[in-house]
Design a protein around this ligand. Sequence first.
Ligand SMILES: Nc1ncnc2c1ncn2[C@@H]1O[C@H](COP(=O)(O)OP(=O)(O)O)[C@@H](O)[C@H]1O
Ligand SMILES: [Mg+2]
Length: 233
Amino acid sequence: MSPLADSEPLIQLSAVSKSYGRDGVPVPALRGVDMEVQHGEFTAVMGPSGSGKSTLLHIVGLLDADYEGSYHLDGELTTGRSREELSLLRNRSIGFVFQQFHLLPQLSILENAALPALYSRTLAPAECEERARLRLEEVDLGHRLGHRPNELSSGQRQRAAIARALVNEPPLLLADEPTGALDSKTMREILELFAQLHANGATIVLITHDREVAAAAQRVVHFRDGQTLDGVA
Ligand SMILES: Nc1ncnc2c1ncn2[C@@H]1O[C@H](COP(=O)(O)OP(=O)(O)O)[C@@H](O)[C@H]1O
Ligand SMILES: [Mg+2]
């Protein structure tokens, strides 16, 4: 990382466009998105269903490299890098939280939370589990380490998924409708946890169609028809 890295945006998208279904009739999903997110910001991207939010998150999350335009992450151009480079960068730099948790049902939440650390192949398995245990304690699941996801409430599952997202201490946390499968009390609990993570310095991009959820963030980027509403976000 260059010494100037912190003065640059963590995320910088320039003229990012994407269409699906190249061979048939193309469906435009993103139409020239310019967007910056600074280190330490908690940003919500809010827009109706079908407006391109998940497509945007997949690109920002380095899960989708098939788009036009450019994407700098922490000052480094990621566009055009190989699949291997992107997955290494993704594992180190980005934690994901999804609406449906995406925990593996046959593993304990300790094993689930340790997975991104194991994938990084830089730590011994015992150290990976130790880090997972610490993250799970931080989200108040220290007493449930051996439980499988289906033995937990939905709020506990999402907290386990958040612990997993944090296990490699990534500079960026991406959440796609993270409260979409939760009742409103549990939703507030999870939003409170995001606010706490933000207060502790995390950079968070949260995607939602829900105004109340977006209100938990420090900044809201409004999204419609594959574009930010106000031009540069
Ligand atoms: N895998 C896909 N193949 C074809 N079209 C897709 C695919 N994923 C999304 N789309 C289309 O792209 C547009 C944006 O979708 P999406 O990014 O999922 O929006 P959102 O997350 O805001 O609901 C929609 O018109 C959707 O139907
Ligand atoms: Mg979506």
